[in-house]
Design a binder for this molecule. Structure first.
Ligand code: WT7
Length: 650
């Protein structure tokens, strides 16, 4: 990346950890030194957080890169580690999940009960013919049965493939077919935006084209009428009548645990394969270290859906392996009102909140008076994941959710990495708004140039991982060649993450978005993230998306889409004036080279169901093309709103 870029981000604010948290933190600065001195020894120590039926012979076998084997020869059972051992330790009465449905119904599930339910589901799946190594597709709303289904698969060594409940019949079909799933676990539906949203009809449509599927297990959630076939079984008649006794058998450390398909907005989805011992080690360690998790006293809440990797690692496996108490919420943040999240924080006394920048920016748009109406004093730590967090969104989160004092952990990782990789440690790191800061202990991330050389402080380039890590993907399901080609071919001997990054003058890492989202303007590389952050730092802007559009003079030109904050006047002249102000504001903040050619004020932005902005569609608008495929959009009407409001001040 260019010299110009190195100066683009001039963030100088820095916040030390609160003294009380630092004094009592799970992890101190010594962890970095310990891991640097002996990386594999460090991970072996972390693996001892788990209960192994058989100790490993070798921590890492990297004799056939990029195919890693961690904790070779070790044996363990994931569900035993998440449930049985806590119950055996006398913690059966501890709440595992405070569940809240969107309509307001609640369930309190202790570790003992979660254990019983998982044993029943394990027995029921076994009765349906599921054996170790078989694949089970899970297509459920955010109900406790989703966690139970995953843990039951893990318990019997079956491989789960969770498909997000918002995906279409086609997406579900492709995923079931790719993995040849034998059983599908679903529900009649779930509640979203105040009404039942059916799932079973989608499964029926998919299963009609999936001969591998022998049985469909159906949780009754909404009570709506569903079509029924010979393959269908009600969960309450099958699982809830099964024996609650089930002995967890140990599996090899490299037993496949799950496949999770990456969103794939353009190409064919990739089935990311994760295995057992290394995955659980890193999920458990990072949940404990990065959230400073104290299972006896904390109430943790991750707002992600279980259909994403965040839900896998930081709703199910990481927190449960630690014996934590958590909140799980079924619905949307604005049903029945925009304070729903804060009401939940207050009701359960949530201490640790893990959410996404897209949600924080939405909350900014709704206004700070909404969190201010609730008692958020139980919170002690905030987390962010999914995208680069703009410095102003970070500051808003700290100010209006974190009382201006809570630490924020901005955690960089991917479906492929399985667990957190780059993040502050809350009791150690002096955080900078918008920076994920430094690789976690035991992780070797680097920023390299085109040639794969480390860039000096102040430089920018590509994010890579130089050494294997325990929770790394093992391959793409059924496609080793694509695994090598996608991740291990760009730079010799390094994992290519696909993200642009910058190392600041102190050596701290700033993520700049996917490399496909870097623009080339008059020979300068400019990251969409930096221009977006500059726009969001203007008091009138809640959220922004930036794309590069082909331009006859500059190669690419910067085109921005901005959502004004709630109270901002954008009619007629006022809108024109705001656009002019914003263009100047970006030029002042980042330099004239980054001044957008065009800014459009829009009411919404197109996002994937995981909350990422679909820049591809915005590029179509910016270049006056007809729109490409919109089927992975969260809300397809958004594009009509944007296209019809184009050009003007509204
Ligand atoms: C991509 C991975 C990790 C769970 C959810 C997303 C972006 C993720 C951050 C962050 C900047 C981030 C990257 C990454 N990303 N977290 N803290 N700062 N960017 O998983 O769907 O596999 O997406 O999300 O671009 O490559 P995913």
């Amino acid at each position: 990346m260019s010299e110009a870029l190195a100066n683009l981000l001039n963030e100088t604010r820095q916040f030390p950890p609160p003294a009380a948290l630092a004094a009592n933190a799970n992890v101190t600065a010594g962890a970095y030194e310990e891991a640097a001195a002996d990386r594999l020894g460090f991970w072996a120590t972390q693996a001892h957080r788990l209960t192994w039926a058989k100790e490993w012979d070798q921590v890492l076998d990297w004799s056939n890169p990029p195919f890693a084997k961690w904790f070779v020869g070790g044996q363990l059972n994931v569900a035993y580690n998440c449930l049985d051992r806590h119950v055996e330790a006398g913690l059966g009465d501890r709440v595992a999940i405070h569940w809240e449905g969107e309509p307001g119904d609640t369930r309190t599930i202790t570790y003992a009960e979660l254990h019983r339910l998982t044993c029943q589901a394990a027995n029921a799946l076994t009765d349906l013919g599921v054996a170790a190594g078989d694949r089970v597709a899970i297509y459920l709303p955010m109900v406790p049965e989703a966690a139970v289904a995953m843990l039951a698969c893990a318990r019997i060594g079956a491989v789960h493939s969770v498909v997000f409940g918002g995906f279409s019949a086609d997406s579900l079909t492709n995923r079931i077919q790719d993995a040849s799933a034998k059983v599908v676990i679903t529900a009649d539906g779930g509640f979203r935006r105040g009404k039942p949203s059916a799932l079973k009809p989608t499964v029926d449509e998919a299963v009609a084209n999936c001969p591998s599927v022998e049985h469909v297990l159906v949780v009754r959630r909404t009570g709506e009428e569903v079509a029924w076939s010979a393959k269908d079984h009600w969960w309450h008649e099958t699982v809830e009548t099964a024996s609650t006794e089930h002995a967890a058998q140990p599996f090899d450390a490299e037993q496949p645990l799950f496949i999770l398909y990456t969103s794939g907005t353009t190409a064919r989805p990739k089935g990311i394969l994760h295995t057992t011992g290394g995955y659980l080690t890193q999920a458990a360690y990072t949940a404990w270290a990065v959230f400073d998790l104290k299972p006896e006293t904390d109430v943790y809440w991750c707002t992600a859906d279980i259909g994403w990797v965040t839900g896998h690692s930081y709703i199910v496996y990481g927190p449960l392996a630690n014996g934590a108490t958590q909140v799980m919420y079924e619905g949307t943040p604005d049903t029945p009102h925009k304070g729903r999240f804060w009401e939940i924080v207050q009701r359960y006394g949530v201490t640790i909140l893990y959410t996404a920048p897209t949600l924080i920016r939405t909350m900014m748009k709704w206004g700070e008076d909404i969190p201010a109406q609730h008692d958020l004093s139980s919170l002690r730590l905030l987390g962010s994941v999914g995208e680069p967090i703009n410095p102003e969104a970070w500051m808003w989160y700290r100010q209006h959710v974190g009382r201006g004092e809570l630490p924020i952990v901005d955690t960089w990782w991917q479906t492929e990495t399985g667990a957190m990789m780059i993040s502050p440690l809350p009791g150690v790191t002096e955080t900078k708004p918008g920076s994920a800061m430094a690789p976690l202990p035991g992780i070797s991330a680097d920023v390299v140039d085109d040639q794969g050389q480390s860039v000096p402080n102040g430089g920018g380039g590509y994010l890579v991982l130089r050494e294997p890590w325990p929770s790394m993907l093992r391959t793409i399901w059924g496609d080793d060649d694509r695994f090598i080609e996608t991740y291990w071919s760009r730079f010799e001997g390094m994992y290519f993450a696909g993200d642009g990054a910058k190392r600041d003058d102190d050596g701290h890492i700033w993520l700049l978005g996917r490399v496909d989202d870097v623009m080339l303007v008059s020979g300068h590389n400019i990251s969409t993230t930096e221009v977006e952050s500059a726009l969001v730092s203007h008091p009138s802007v809640a959220e922004a998306a930036v794309v590069g559009a082909t331009d006859p003079t500059t190669g690419q030109a910067i085109v921005a889409f901005a959502i004004p904050r709630g109270t901002v006047d954008t009619a007629g002249e006022a809108g024109e004036q705001l656009i002019a102000d914003l263009r100047n504001h970006v030029a002042r903040t980042l330099g004239p080279i980054a001044k957008p050619r065009q800014i459009m004020l829009v009411p919404e932005l197109p996002k994937t169901r995981s909350g990422k902005i679909m820049r591809r569609l915005l590029r179509d608008v910016a270049e006056n093309r007809s729109l490409g495929d919109v089927t992975t959009l969260q809300d397809s009407s958004v594009m009509e709103l944007i296209s019809s409001g184009m050009g003007g001040g509204k």
